[in-house]
Ligand binder design. Structure first.
Ligand code: UDP
Ligand code: MG
Length: 317
């Protein structure tokens, strides 16, 4: 019988062949010091530089190093998702495999999570070692926007080094560039999130897989996340309200115009406001129908996944 490890360290790998030896060398002793057993789940996201052979060699040397190999390059978020599906630990840690995050920070994250009963402890690369114009500046702006839009306030959403409780990562689905939004997505469950300064190092081997283009994708994903967080369980209340306001305005305008036309003989032919009234009524009808459609969609969404609209922490009976 194999015992289930208490800690799973999940790291995405895409063409990092020259970083892997050192990554495992640094991570294993750190994980080994944690009490309860561990596994390191390295997700090979379709590497083509020989990373896979290296990973298999590392697994053969130490079976606590598990390799999940994806069929192609699905992206960092998908790689994390694959790692989460595989991971068995009560506490799931994420980290990049490129050595920019420092495994030595892990015990402090775990300690905070356990001792202070947090659900997520996120790393903050307060002294980030990346290029300023193409990486740090856009990320600073993105972090501000994300912090203003979601109700989880962190300094550094993009830091891969984070610690999660098992139910957090098992309860959410990730798409696009969304791994950075896990704290925000999970916030509807009423979780406790903490932040902790962590070390960040310059890349010594391999190349960064991203450029400025990621910022745009992250911002688009933010729109989706925001929508899911605010409206997904009650779309009619949002669309319906907007539709109702617009329709009511249009109706009042039209009523006023009709009264003037019918009882005071004021002609309608030179009243452009008539167009506005018609427009507002049409928009109102459209918003309300959209809300009703969204309502049906959200039922399909929740029920097809058996996704409850609540999350239980524990039950005493
Ligand atoms: N990565 C991945 N799939 C990709 C791109 C990146 O698994 O399509 C991994 C990569 O190997 C690294 C981590 O994600 O471990 C972060 O990537 P990178 O260092 O390029 O991002 P940066 O640190 O520059 O933001
Ligand atoms: Mg990196």
């Amino acid at each position: 019988m194999t015992t289930v490890p208490k800690f799973s360290l999940v790291a995405p790998v895409y063409n990092e062949v020259d970083n892997l030896d050192r990554f495992v060398e640094e991570a294993v002793p750190v994980m080994d010091k944690l009490d309860g057993g561990f596994e390191i789940v390295l997700v090979d996201d379709g590497s083509t530089d020989g990373s896979h052979e290296k990973l298999i060699a590392l697994h053969n040397k130490d079976p606590r190093v598990k390799i999940v190999r994806l069929r192609g390059n699905f992206g960092q978020t998908a790689a994390f998702a694959a790692g989460f599906d595989y991971a068995k630990g009560d506490i799931i840690l994420t980290i990049d495999a490129d050595l920019q995050n420092d495994p030595a920070d892990i015990p402090a994250l775990v300690k905070k999570l356990e001792d202070e009963d947090y659900d997520i402890v996120a790393g903050w690369r307060y002294d980030r070692k990346d290029k300023f114009i193409s990486r740090r500046l856009p990320s600073m702006i993105a972090n501000k926007i994300i912090s203003m839009t979601t109700n989880v306030h962190l300094h550094d959403y993009g830091c891969s080094l984070k610690a999660f409780r098992y139910d957090i990562v098992k309860n959410i689905k990730l798409y696009g560039e969304m791994h950075r939004f896990i704290p925000a997505i999970a916030s509807w469950m009423g979780i406790r999130v903490a932040e902790m300064k962590v070390n960040h190092r310059p890349r010594v081997a391999g190349v960064s897989k991203y450029g400025i283009g990621r910022t745009v994708r992250v911002m688009l994903d933010l729109l989706t996340v925001k929508f899911l967080l605010t409206y997904s369980t009650r779309p009619i209340q949002i669309f319906g309200l907007m539709g109702f306001i617009s329709g009511a305005f249009g109706f009042l305008l039209a009523l006023w115009l009709s009264v003037q036309r019918l009882f005071f003989d004021i002609p309608l032919s030179n009243r452009p406001v008539l167009l506005l009234a018609v427009l507002l009524i049409l928009i109102g009808v459209q918003f309300i129908s959209m809300g009703r459609l969204a309502e049906m969609q959200s039922r399909t969404y929740h029920e097809s996944q058996n996704k409850p609209v609540y999350v239980i922490k524990d039950i005493a009976e």
